[in-house]
Design a protein around this ligand. Structure first.
Ligand code: ADP
Ligand code: MG
Length: 625
């Protein structure tokens, strides 16, 4: 073996790459420290693995660790590991060529990508060369665990490197980066410390910066669930989630197939978005073997799970994958799917196990699941099972699931019904629930404005259509004749066929401007009238929201024309028919008032000035008589 210095040319493609690395401006220069630390951690991991099967290893007394030292005067950054090390041959090949696939197209692609955006080189697994982002000269001193003599590799990145034998080295690798003039900050302790905390906080070996261990938090997610205490989880959550309180939920899971995943997810106690902090950033970080590759990752979970905090680690991901390519990486998409499904399954389990705790979760974070239903078709079915609402059969403030509804559904019932309103009391006082009460059909109360959008996006559950109870063509379990019969048994204070027809003809004309049709209701029991929607998709509540947003944008707010259903058994309607014969003008005022009242009960907008004026007129007449 030669003892003198030899000079070696870099492989052509390596030269091109180095040329780009050296001559570009970098926005993400910090990552070179991460790359060197990750190489050191790899080398330590390899050594640990190899030494498991050997009884007697070289330099067994040196502790497995990474030491980082800086010299502000000499302007150097030195990273030392006691890992597996490199022989002369390995130094020459690992740090002289781009080993990977070796295929021409790979190398051409790499150089092309680097030319476009130097941060893209990360994804090609050539992390070592990133040292030349900050280093004008890089020296690598290494001694392999196979006990062969140590060597020094030196290069300024400009075409060639030298190799020289070096005596007296311990096992492992020391990389000395002589910093460029504009990269002197990397010889400052605070700078290196903050990079380690950001990217390498969970590396499995101690990282000692100037003698102090910087990475004190364990990578909890890689440990066995049974061996972790609740206190450890809480402490970890507070660290990773920047939190001061406990987490509401915690999910720790591992899988080997189809992908190697370690994930530790937390649901916080508060929803900061609702508390007025604005849209929250995604809180889950993506790691590969404990090295951070995407902080606050937007790719690892769907947007509507942005309230989660935690860690996803997969060794299947290439460490050097770039942020841009995470977005359309097939592996990441697969990870996202597996983790999302697992998390939704977990929520389902929690809901069964402890409904009270789930209720707290639902009140705080239900809005995100609703967002998921309206924006992400892929998980709609799973999300549907997790939704909760009040209903005519829940207690005040209590919540039910659509599955609960299905358990109680009448045997001949084809649809699941819901109605929107500002409160339980308002809904129960309104006309829409009358027939449901009478027929003992459960009806879901949607108390949030967004709910009708959610349910209409979901469209069906367990094979039953979800239908808003203000729909015109509501069939109510095919029992219409029964309702008629019941009516005919009542008192004579009822309009006959001719009386009804005349009244309806007249009302249609009077209300023409806002109403598309006036019909006899098959559903009303006590109330005189109600507004229904002929448009199968839109409920009145949805229309209200759209109108508000149109108004916000300064656009006109035109409601679609509604149908008015009237109840010929109601005394007011009966008397209106009489009044119409005697005093058409006043009857018209009353008809309009009935219409406005029905609109208000539907949560729709009426002209308040006109209505008040009309109201006084009617009151005046009442007092006269
Ligand atoms: P990657 O880590 O993706 O393989 P790098 O460019 O970071 O690519 O490193 C190239 C190779 O150099 C590594 O695969 C490893 O064999 C070798 N190497 C780099 N740093 C070290 C080190 N600290 N100890 C031992 N080997 C190393
Ligand atoms: Mg590497």
């Amino acid at each position: 073996m030669t003892t003198e210095t030899t000079t070696h040319e870099f492989q052509t493609e390596t030269k091109k790459l180095l040329d780009i690395v050296i001559n570009s401006l970098y926005t993400e220069r910090d990552i070179f420290v991460r790359e060197l630390i990750s190489n050191a951690a790899d080398a330590l991991e390899k050594f640990r693995h190899e030494s498991l099967t050997k009884s007697d290893v070289f330099d067994s007394h040196v502790p497995l660790e990474i030491a980082i030292d800086i010299d502000e005067k000499k302007e150097t950054l030195t990273i030392t590991d006691t890992g597996i090390g490199m022989t002369r041959d390995e130094l020459e090949h690992n740090l002289g060529t781009i080993a990977h696939s070796g295929s021409d197209s790979f190398l051409t692609e790499l150089v092309e990508a680097a030319r476009k955006d130097v941060s893209l080189i990360g994804q090609f697994g050539v992390g070592f060369y990133a040292a030349f982002m900050a280093g004008k000269k890089v020296r690598v001193q290494s001694r392999s665990w196979d006990e062969s003599e140590g060597h020094e590799w030196i290069s300024d990145g400009s075409g060639s490197f030298t190799l020289t034998e070096m005596k007296g080295l311990h096992r492992g690798t020391k990389i000395i980066v002589e910093l460029k003039d504009d990269a002197k900050e990397y010889a400052q302790k605070w700078k290196i410390e903050s990079i380690i905390k950001q990217y390498s906080a969970f590396v499995a070996f101690p990282i000692k910066l100037e003698g102090d261990t910087v990475n004190t938090v364990q990578a909890l997610w890689t440990r066995n669930r049974n061996e972790i205490t609740e206190e450890e989880y809480t402490e970890f959550y507070k660290f990773i989630g920047n939190a001061t309180t406990d987490a509401l939920y915690k999910l720790h899971f591992s899988a080997d197939a189809p992908l190697a995943i370690n994930a530790l997810l937390f649901v916080p106690e508060e929803n900061f978005e609702v508390l007025g902090f604005g849209r929250v950033e995604p809180g889950v970080n993506l790691y590969c073997q404990r090295i951070l590759i995407d902080q606050h990752s937007e790719n690892i979970l769907p947007e509507w799970l942005r309230f989660l905090k935690g860690v996803v680690d997969s060794e299947d991901l290439p460490l050097n994958i770039s942020r841009q390519s995470l977005q359309d990486n097939a592996l990441v998409a697969k990870l996202r799917k597996v983790i999302t499904k697992r998390f939704l399954k977990y929520l389902g389990e929690q809901a069964t196990k402890d409904p009270e705790a789930y209720k707290k979760f639902w009140t705080t974070f239900g809005i995100y699941l609703k967002e998921g239903v309206t924006s992400d078709y892929e998980y709609q079915k799973e999300l549907g099972k997790l939704l909760r609402f009040e209903s005519s059969k829940s207690e005040e403030g209590g919540i039910i699931s659509l599955s609960d509804y299905m358990l109680r559904i009448n045997p001949d019932q084809e649809e699941i019904y819901y109605i929107n309103g500002p409160s339980r009391a308002a809904i129960e006082a309104g006309p829409y629930v009358e027939m449901f009460k009478e027929k003992d059909i459960e009806i879901i109360y949607t108390l949030e404005p967004i709910d009708d959008f959610v349910l209409s996006h979901l469209a069906e559950f367990d094979g039953k259509k979800l239908v808003s109870a203000d729909r015109a063509d509501l069939s109510l379990a095919k029992d219409e004749e029964g309702a008629e019969d019941e009516g005919s048994e009542e008192s004579g204070d009822k309009l006959d066929k001719k009386g009804i027809d005349t009244l309806i003809e007249w009302m249609k004309k009077e209300l023409e401007a806002t109403i598309s049709d006036v019909v006899v209701s098959k559903r009303l029991v006590d109330a005189p009238a109600m507004i229904v929607n002929s448009d199968g998709f839109m409920s009145s509540s949805m229309e209200r929201i759209l109108a508000a947003s149109r108004k916000e944008q300064g656009m006109g707010m035109e409601n679609s024309k509604k149908k008015l259903e009237i109840n010929p058994k109601n005394p007011l309607i009966v008397k209106l028919a009489e009044l119409h014969k005697r005093d058409g003008a006043f009857a018209a005022e009353v008809a309009r008032q009935i219409h406005d009242n029905a609109m208000i009960q539907a949560g729709l907008v009426v002209d308040p000035l006109k209505m008040v004026e009309r109201n006084y007129k009617i009151l005046g007449r009442v007092l006269e008589s």
